[in-house]
Design a protein around this ligand. Structure first.
Ligand code: ZN
Length: 276
């Protein structure tokens, strides 16, 4: 399941082909992915300029010159290929069996959406409706935005009685964080995943020291992961704790061992010695 870093890496890879370019032709090979494509999908895209390709949590957002916004989620198995020579190539690959959407862009590139399991989605928010789009409306702060810092994280955790790990998976607390990077960030911040989320803030909602460490750790872990995803050592042994139960803790000077526990039905990996 792609988390924020994988989605951000996809954004950076397809942005040169799409940003500042017009949709010349849109080919839909099916009526739906996880949900049906919106009415007149191709017609609402063709001729429109992509003014900006941004990301919100795990969603890609293409702002169109019409004022509408193309919303894309990769689901479990969605991916994009960019054929820079246009036409040919990508269309033939895989017999096109899982190539469900093909964008011919005025940049000369063909951008192909492939999704074998079809949990992805593409939708269009009408002009002025993006803020009210259900999946985006309640979404919490964007961790890679310049504004994201201890005060924002503390405010989001204030009064929450759930564990810190469970809070981090809540998209209303932080947008786009998933199971892997929640464990990684907590280890980097030396905070126990079992700690109550509310302990990051004072009663008045001001950030405590833990909030400072965690906000910085979230940014660092996500930025590292974006870089690694875009380079060739993707999926090499890059995690500090995730899926490393029984391994020695990588914290310098710590003699602890990584443990696996289950919180809200999901695996958490951490070191009980240096994460408090
Ligand atoms: Zn440790």
């Amino acid at each position: 399941m792609p988390e924020l870093p994988e989605v951000e890496a996809v954004r950076r890879e397809i942005a040169p082909a799409m940003q500042g370019a017009r949709f010349e032709h849109v080919l839909l090979r099916r009526a739906n992915l996880r949900i049906p494509f919106p009415r007149n999908f191709a017609g609402r895209l063709e001729g429109q300029l992509v003014e900006a390709l941004t990301r919100r949590g795990k969603y890609l957002l293409a702002g169109l010159s019409s004022g509408e916004t193309l919303i894309i989620h990769l689901g479990m198995s969605g991916s994009f290929d960019v054929d820079r020579d246009g036409a040919a190539g990508g269309l033939e690959r895989d017999g096109g069996r899982h190539d469900h959407v093909v964008f011919d862009m005025s940049s000369g590139a063909t951008v192909i959406f492939n999704d074998p399991r079809r949990f992805g989605l593409m939708d269009i928010a009408a002009r002025g409706r993006l803020e009210r789009y259900p999946a985006l409306r309640a979404m919490g702060p964007e961790p890679l935005s310049p504004e994201f810092a201890a005060d924002i994280l503390a405010r989001a955790c204030r009064g929450r009685k759930v564990s810190l790990k469970v809070a981090l998976l809540d998209q209303r607390v932080v947008a786009g964080l998933g199971n892997i990077y929640a464990s990684e960030a907590l280890h980097r911040a030396h905070l126990s995943p079992r700690r109550r989320a509310s302990t990051l803030a004072t009663a008045g909602g001001a950030p405590r020291e833990g909030a400072r460490r965690l906000a910085a750790a979230i940014k660092a872990v996500l930025n590292d992961a974006v870089e690694r995803t875009m380079s060739d050592d993707y999926r090499s042994s890059r995690f500090r704790v995730y899926d490393r139960a029984g391994a020695a803790c990588p914290t310098r000077g710590c003699a602890g061992t990584i443990k696996r526990i289950v919180q809200a039905g999901r695996s958490t990996f951490y070191c009980a010695t240096c994460q408090r």
